[in-house]
Design a protein around this ligand. Structure first.
Ligand code: BG6
Length: 485
């Protein structure tokens, strides 16, 4: 039997933060909507010595805390919790795996989700393999961080590949589970009007912003060794870039889509030291005020001085025919003025303005795709300001607005992991990241980090609640462009 639908979902790291905040609420969402296959049993595994009932109570508590109030129902939560069994296991010792295997019908398909520290992957995979939980009916999902550079990512990928072939490995980038991120593909490839303009002949530049209000969130150990570039740019932002820049795939299937994404990632122009000096800004948040409250500096939250960046802005280039000469401005930071993830496509000016002699100026069209928290698509077009034009023609930008919440008011907004968990259970890897993609991402990031180290670039302080270091405005302004704040 080959990997397809699973009747067991085995969750390692089931008492961890991701499980409590995202995975259990997502499974509950699927269950509440009748989408969790009836025969699917969930086996939660982690180190803590808990009984089934103790784990279920913890799970219910997590659902109560993390689900929207109007969606949570105590009755449903209790019915859902009954579907979960709990298995204590120390993944680093051989004991426990036999018991785990004995309770799972491997012939009926198993999806395993490793939501543990990557340092535990190797032991876990070896343990699973030993007890027959890595065979052809078993799929394995992995959460980031998948390494800290290309070499360590290869090590992880090799360890996984020793037991699982690529088609049964599901690497998660939760941005791909977001409805609005998938909508980028629909916008580009289910409409005829954008694609002919989607290239260097008509696009001046692209901006991708992932701005967050949150700070360290108690994740000091991980975050201070990762930083903004490895935490967000390496994965989520490069995936967004790939979706914006890829060629039309022939089909919406795992090979075609991922094939096109990886080509973009491989075409990213490597950063040189000189590029880093000119086209990269790093920052770290200082103290500030957000929503009327004082907010501590990163170093204060951390308890010591650090060179870790909590902000990055840069200008990237995709070196291929479609994108020659079109800069991609990317920026991400924590403790910024407002949470927003968006893609801005700035088109070029009309080649000749017939209104110029009548005193009118034309602004270039702009397509703004807001991914979160607002979900909308806005196309700015020029219109004539009403009037008799005695003093010349006046033109003004007006937006054509599509609010996704409005257009799809009857649909519940799902957690990204709902989609990914269901795709994993059903065996569809289209929205998961292939090994060559991750490695192309790391290769570019390693080059970037090497270039900035060689150039001696250190993060600049920015005030919490601002839009980042002043130099980042300069990065765009130096080219006569402005960030869409
Ligand atoms: C995670 C990062 O991958 O994504 C976090 O580790 C970040 O630092 C989070 O806050 C952002 O996800 P989202 O879905 O809230 O945009």
């Amino acid at each position: 039997m080959t990997a397809s639908r699973s009747s067991t979902l085995l969750l390692f790291g089931a008492t961890g933060d991701l499980a409590r905040r995202m995975l259990l609420p997502s499974l509950y969402g699927l269950f509440a909507d009748g989408l969790l296959p009836d025969d699917l049993s969930v086996v939660a595994a982690s180190r803590s010595e808990l009984s089934d009932d103790e784990f279920r109570e913890q799970a219910i508590e997590a659902l109560r805390t993390h689900l929207p109030r109007d969606f949570y129902s105590e009755v449903n939560a209790r019915r859902f919790a009954k579907r979960i069994r709990y298995q204590p296991i120390d993944v680093t010792t051989p004991e426990g795996y036999d018991e785990l295997a004995a309770s799972i019908d491997v012939d009926k398909g198993v999806s395993i989700f490793l939501s543990t520290a990557p340092s535990l992957f190797k032991d876990t995979i070896e343990g699973l393999e030993r007890v027959g939980l890595a065979g052809p009916t078993v799929k394995l999902a992995l959460e980031k961080p998948l390494g800290t550079d290309l070499a360590s990512s290869r090590e992880i990928n090799d360890a996984v590949a020793a037991a699982f072939p690529e088609e049964r490995i599901f690497r998660i980038d939760h941005y791909l589970g977001k409805e609005t991120v998938q909508n980028l593909l629909a916008l580009r490839f289910a409409n005829v009007m954008f694609e002919p303009l989607w290239n260097a002949a008509h696009i001046d530049h692209v901006q991708i912003t992932v701005a967050e209000e949150v700070g360290l969130e108690g994740r000091a150990d991980y975050y201070d060794t990762a930083g903004a570039v490895r935490d967000m740019l390496q994965n989520h932002m490069l995936q967004l870039l790939a979706l914006v820049a890829m060629e039309p795939p022939a089909d919406y299937d795992p090979t075609a889509v991922r094939e096109e994404k990886v080509k973009v990632l491989r075409a990213l122009k490597p950063f040189t030291e000189a590029d880093a000096r000119r086209d990269l800004v790093l920052g770290q948040y200082g103290a500030g005020r957000m929503k009327g409250e004082d907010v501590a500096a990163y170093a204060e939250e951390l308890g010591e001085a650090s060179d870790t960046e909590t902000y990055v802005a840069l200008k990237a280039h995709v070196e291929n025919w479609r994108w020659a000469g079109v800069p991609f401005y990317l920026r991400h930071g924590k403790r910024l003025a407002r949470r927003k993830t968006e893609v801005v496509i700035q088109f070029k000016c009309v080649p000749h303005s017939i209104f110029a002699e009548r005193g009118a100026t034309t602004s270039p069209n702009e397509l703004i795709i807001s991914i979160q928290p607002e979900e909308n698509i806005r196309l700015k077009v020029m219109a004539k300001t009403p009037g008799l034009d005695r003093e010349g023609i006046r033109l003004r930008e007006v937006p054509l607005d599509v609010t996704m919440e409005g257009a799809f008011a009857d649909y519940r907004r799902r957690i990204a992991y709902e989609r990914l968990l269901l795709d994993l259970i059903e065996g569809d890897p289209t929205l998961f990241v292939r090994r060559d993609e991750v490695e192309a991402q790391w290769q570019w990031i390693d080059g970037l980090r090497g270039a900035w180290k060689a150039a001696g670039i250190k993060p600049q302080q920015y005030e919490a609640g601002s839009w980042g270091p002043e130099d980042s405005a300069e990065l765009a302004a130096g080219d006569g462009r402005t960030w869409n704040d």
